[in-house]
Design a protein around this ligand. Structure first.
Ligand SMILES: Nc1ncnc2c1ncn2[C@@H]1O[C@H](COP(=O)(O)OP(=O)(O)OP(=O)(O)O)[C@@H](O)[C@H]1O
Ligand SMILES: [Mg+2]
Length: 505
């Protein structure tokens, strides 16, 4: 290893100022890893070089120098300036393991630059290989026991968040027994990567009556959502009930019974697992209109309003209602698939935002049903990319379920991996319960303060973060075996999954 300098006076257990040898100045960069060898105590320390600064004792910034009047002087004594910086000590190296530092390195101890993994035999344990330290290429694995303590991936657009998440998902499926449920908001980040056999198309998933009511109300520009929702319930009950009656009432044609909508049967109807009923029945706009009529009359909706709603339904929602029969999956089916196949990607791009939120919420709720009803641990990582659409303050529907998972997931092995451009996109409850972060170049200066609020940044400045390139992330928090934020380069992630989406069951 190249010797680059010595520990200067004033060293402390976690922070040691250093003086850099003149000829080594060109080799040293911020965030490089360095080993300190203490001749006196015979201890070795590993640390990160930070706070590089160039000092010229002849040119103090606060005193008028001759250079001001005589610029030629700047060319004289160019060897006088020197560099100083400090080492953020990660720990003491003992047999390749890193132990918390107990005493400061002795001043004059020599410092060596770590330029390759062979330079220091560092045992960081088995983990998920998402990336390696940018300058030494030492792999910094994510400790899998912290999956249920949740992972946040933040950075400006194009920094490589989605690729990082793919690397993480590949590692989780390959190296752990966890299951993974990926919600692909845009349909371009994960769907092509994992291939068709892993993908569930959200447009085939039946929403619940409330979400369906919201959708239809919006389509027909009608703000009485209750009227639409109650009509949906009446429709479901009427479609299910006659079939049962047909068995007993010989000679009565099914079509005759379906032509009217009986609102009274709703009262005693068992709507448990209503989505399962919804995927069984056929959907046609004419029968639905009769439920709108009956329910409207029952609840004193004005005749003219009912007439308008009918017209709007037939004009703007006909195709949609008639095609509901094609939705043959429920969110319970998605979770079943996660359990049998270990990795499922839901392509959310094919449906409206309210439905996307419903699917995210409802699938997470199904995982919690496994906990609540069977007392079993789902051991599932829920990946939500573009999470600002689901974990934000206004995302009422999905937020509640995400927050519960953020708060209680660690006890029941349900982990979240949330990716977004800004930390502030996550509600406070979510943000504070995410214990591992990968962050890259940030979208706005305010984001840095938000990050500081949830993480020990270990002395990283806003400037270091703003200089990060694509694929460069600071890895911080519980899942990082070094405990202090470290700069990694995410491993190469190509256009399709190396395992072709095949995972060991
Ligand atoms: N690990 C990687 N391996 C290979 N290429 C990468 C990697 N990370 C990023 N890239 C390159 O950078 C581009 C942007 O990456 P990615 O889509 O992951 O960014 P993002 O942060 O998710 O952006 P957005 O916020 O717009 O979704 C990729 O299309 C790819 O060309
Ligand atoms: Mg992305």
């Amino acid at each position: 290893m190249k010797s680059v300098g010595v520990i200067a006076s004033g060293s402390r257990s976690f922070y040691a100022p250093i003086l850099i040898y003149k000829e080594a100045e060109k080799d040293l960069v911020e965030e490089a890893l360095a080993v300190v060898r203490d001749r006196v105590t015979r201890k070795e320390y590993l640390g990160i070089v930070r706070g590089l600064s160039k000092i010229d004792p002849l040119l103090p910034a606060t005193q008028r120098s001759g250079v001001v009047d005589n610029p030629k002087l700047a060319e004289v004594a160019t060897s006088v300036p020197f560099e100083n910086s400090y080492i953020k000590i990660l720990g003491e190296l003992r047999d390749g393991r890193l132990e918390p530092p107990r005493d400061p390195p002795t001043p004059r101890s020599e410092i060596y630059l770590v330029e390759s993994p062979e330079d220091v035999k560092l045992d960081l344990g088995q983990g998920l290989a998402v990336g390696s330290h940018k300058y030494s290429d030492i792999e910094i694995p994510l400790v899998p026991i912290y999956l249920p303590y949740h992972i946040g991936i933040v950075g400006a657009t194009g920094t490589g968040k989605s690729r990082l998440v793919r690397a993480l998902v590949d590692e989780v499926t390959e190296k752990t027994d966890w299951k993974v449920l990926v919600f692909d908001h845009s349909g371009v980040d994960y769907v092509p990567y994992y291939g068709k056999q892993r993908v569930v198309d959200a447009s085939l998933v039946m929403p619940d009556p409330i979400t369906l009511g919201q959708l239809i109300s919006k389509m027909i520009r009608y703000d009485n959502e209750d009227h639409v929702v109650l009509s949906i319930y009446a429709y479901i009950a009427n479609k299910i009930k006659p079939r049962e009656r047909v068995k007993t009432l010989v000679g009565v044609k099914q079509s005759q019974q379906e032509s009217t909508c009986d609102v009274d049967i709703v009262k005693n109807f068992d709507f448990t697992h209503v989505e399962k009923l919804m995927i069984k029945i056929d959907w046609d706009v004419n029968s639905f209109v009769s439920c709108i009529e009956e329910v409207g009359e029952r609840f004193n909706v004005r005749e003219s309003t009912i007439a308008r709603v009918e017209l709007m339904l037939r004009t703007y929602a006909r195709k949609f209602v008639n095609s509901l029969g094609k939705k043959k999956l429920t969110t319970a089916d998605i979770v079943d698939r996660v359990f049998s196949e270990r990795l499922v990607v839901v392509d959310l791009s094919t449906v409206e935002l309210v439905v996307r939120r419903y699917i995210v919420k409802s699938a997470i709720d199904k995982l919690w049903e496994i906990v609540d009803e069977r007392g079993e641990k789902p051991r599932t990582l829920v990946v939500i990319d573009e999470a600002h659409n689901y974990a934000c303050y206004q995302c009422k529907d999905s937020l509640e379920s995400i927050e519960r998972t953020a708060r209680e997931g660690r006890k029941w092995d349900i982990g979240l991996a949330l990716s977004s451009q800004r930390v502030i996109d996550f509600s406070t409850d979510v943000r504070n319960n995410v214990n591992t972060y990968f962050f890259s170049r940030l979208q706005t200066p305010g984001d840095f303060d938000n990050l500081k609020g949830v993480l020990d940044l270990g002395g990283i400045g806003a400037d270091s973060i703003s200089a990060l390139g694509v694929r460069e992330f600071f890895f911080a928090g519980l899942g990082n075996p070094l405990k202090l934020p470290i700069l990694i380069k995410v491993r190469e992630v190509g256009e399709s999954s190396p395992a072709g989406g095949n995972v060991n069951n």
